[in-house]
Ligand binder design. Sequence first.
Ligand code: UD1
Length: 430
Amino acid sequence: MEQYVIKGGKPLVGEVEIGGAKNAALAILAASLMTEETVEIDNLPNVTDINALLEAIERIGGHIERTGAHSIKLNCAHIDSFNIDCECIRKIRASYYLLGALLGRFKKATVPLPGGCNIGNRPIDLHLKGFRSLGVNIDISHGMINADSTELIGSHIYLDNVSVGATINIMMAASMAKGNTVIENAAKEPHVVDTANFLNSMGADIKGAGTDVIRIKGVERLHKTDYSIIPDQIEAGTFMFAAAATKGDVTIKNVIPKHLESISAKLIEIGCEVSEFDDSVRVVAKNRLSHTHVKTLPYPGFPTDMQPQMVVTIGISEGTSIVTESIFENRFKYVDELTKMGANIKVEGNTAIIDGVSGYTGARVAAPDLRAGAALVIAGLAAEGITVVDDITYVERGYEEIENKLRNLGAMIEKVNSEKEIQKFRLRVS
Ligand code: UD1
């Protein structure tokens, strides 16, 4: 088991380059199997969730050629199975995208019920409601979702909840349905738009992605494309909060500042200077930051995937802050870990009441999920003394070489895999 070991207390200073959006890449890779022609994808993050999905696609007959550190060629002309049941796919939430993609092209699929981070009840009823509405028969047995139909027929679908996954999944299947589909109350996240742009570049006819009504005219076939994935809004936001929490000065490059507006607004509100450029943002924090109230909401609201990083930052800001988690009810599990570092946070249901303390102290903590793991790394960077973060496989699901990127900003952080190495780090930095 590997850990991050961090000696905190040093402001992060410098420039960091953001990779491609993991959540867009997961959908786009799945959508790639909807054509038998070769798809070239660039700006693909090299993280474990992506590699798990690539492995699953290879197992059903996809051919993948890595053409660079962040680019691949994918050919799915010879898909020979519609039943995906490997260990790799059980680990990731986005396995559900294979359902929409396979249904679109082959009208049938068998996929395990999704895994992923345990951040609360994560039903997929809306995905299934959408597929059923397109004429798909669905049966769940022995942990598998079995879906098939003779033909997908366009339909009018209203999503009761705003769901990123359901919006993208239905959009993929409907792209190759007969006739027109309308998705109402659709999610507007940047990765919904990116997936729609990708599908359109393959010949799909999708309009309205990025608004709450998406209109899709089904097409018979999709073709090859060459596509570059958008920058990762959440990776960028994580570095923005890391800069704020350590009182640093960091320029975050290769971003779309518009996607970061809700994050920038909160950072400005608590006292940071945020400057926006064409494809970068600079975050400077000089003085002690102050409190705020935040409620997580679907895009363009404040993202639930940034909630733990935000809490860690306001946990050492002046005054009392209130954070309401409205998307996933179980997303405050890291608070117990943060308490070990001196935080003063009380969780009541989906609300955290945060009394800012003057600073954190290093401790041994464990990442309970991907984003909370990154938040604990930020806490370690801001803390006095040494922090060890266990269970970093969660963090590696969504952050590529986070320790190297942080080291380039002056952080004292290492990835280690034994108590002996932790000890060596302690000796070296003391
Ligand atoms: C995606 C992201 C995840 C992010 C989340 C919210 C991926 C791979 N993951 O997850 O990082 O935290 O969006 O921005 O892109 N819901 C239902 N029924 C459904 C589907 C969802 O009730 O069928 C509910 C969920 O319980 C949750 C809300 O809708 O309360 C939003 O979930 P959703 O947007 O679907 O999240 P994911 O797509 O799983």
